[in-house]
Design a binder for this molecule. Structure first.
Ligand code: ADP
Ligand code: 5GP
Length: 200
């Protein structure tokens, strides 16, 4: 595999989708791992680009067949990363972004030890609550459940290689880009091109 995996996790409402959209717009050489999920599409989400939306039966069959690198139950729905979503892009030399919860990040690291884990956090729990309310996609109970879970999730920060605080979006996007760029200049990644250029 020539590309690198970048896993990004965040408590729901932190701004991960917003940030990833920006990073993907600004950087070349970056693929995205489209997960399978049993949850219903939100307004504006597209089949095959945001997720592959499947029913529970199809999801379970794929899990039994070993199609997933990892899968997890998140907020009563199933989410999974298929081998197919990664392999083609990695072989083509693309770095691949994965948007996964904490369980998924852990499983990917176990499978692909070279993967880079980035944890995005809000500047405070109060700001997180405000973002969830302003987004307007979740019921009151769902917001409460997400806030309750956020603190436990944040407690897992030390399992990640990098932690980015999403206060000002522009700054957070720049930091994630910097992490990706610095991984690209690692000696192991540069070795083939240096050998080709200089015959050493
Ligand atoms: P997630 O994907 O982490 O659940 P979203 O990307 O849906 O979160 O963002 C949640 C809400 O917060 C959205 O309304 C989004 O526009 C807003 N948001 C994201 N990042 C910031 C930021 N840095 N400052 C202010 N609002 C933000
Ligand atoms: P959402 O429903 O908001 O798109 O995602 C809910 C949570 O599921 C987020 O934390 C997201 O990172 C996570 N998630 C999305 N796809 C996958 C996946 O393939 N595997 C795992 N483990 N988590 C995922």
């Amino acid at each position: 595999m020539k590309g690198q995996l970048f896993v990004i996790s965040a408590p729901s409402g932190t701004g991960k989708s917003t940030l990833l959209r920006e990073v993907r717009k600004r950087m070349t050489g970056l693929g995205y791992s489209v997960s399978h999920t049993t949850r219903k599409p939100r307004a504006g989400e597209q089949e095959g680009s945001d997720y592959y939306f499947v029913d529970k039966e199809t999801f379970k069959r794929m899990a039994d067949e070993g199609s997933f690198v990892e899968w997890a139950s998140v907020y009563e729905d199933y989410y999974g990363t298929s081998f197919a979503a990664l392999q083609g892009q990695l072989a083509a030399g693309l770095d691949v972004l994965l948007d996964l919860d904490i369980q998924g990040a852990r499983a990917v690291k176990e499978h692909f030890s070279a993967s880079v884990l980035i944890f995005l956090v809000p500047p405070s729990l109060e700001v997180l609550e405000a973002r969830l309310r302003n987004r307007g996609t979740d019921e009151k109970e769902a917001i409460e459940a997400r806030l309750k879970k956020a603190k436990d999730e944040i407690a897992a920060f030390s399992r990640y290689d990098h932690v980015v605080i999403n206060d000002e979006l522009e700054q957070a996007v720049t930091e994630v880009q910097a992490i990706i760029l610095s991984e690209r200049s690692r000696t192991e990644r540069r070795e083939p091109i240096i050998k080709e250029l200089f015959g050493v």
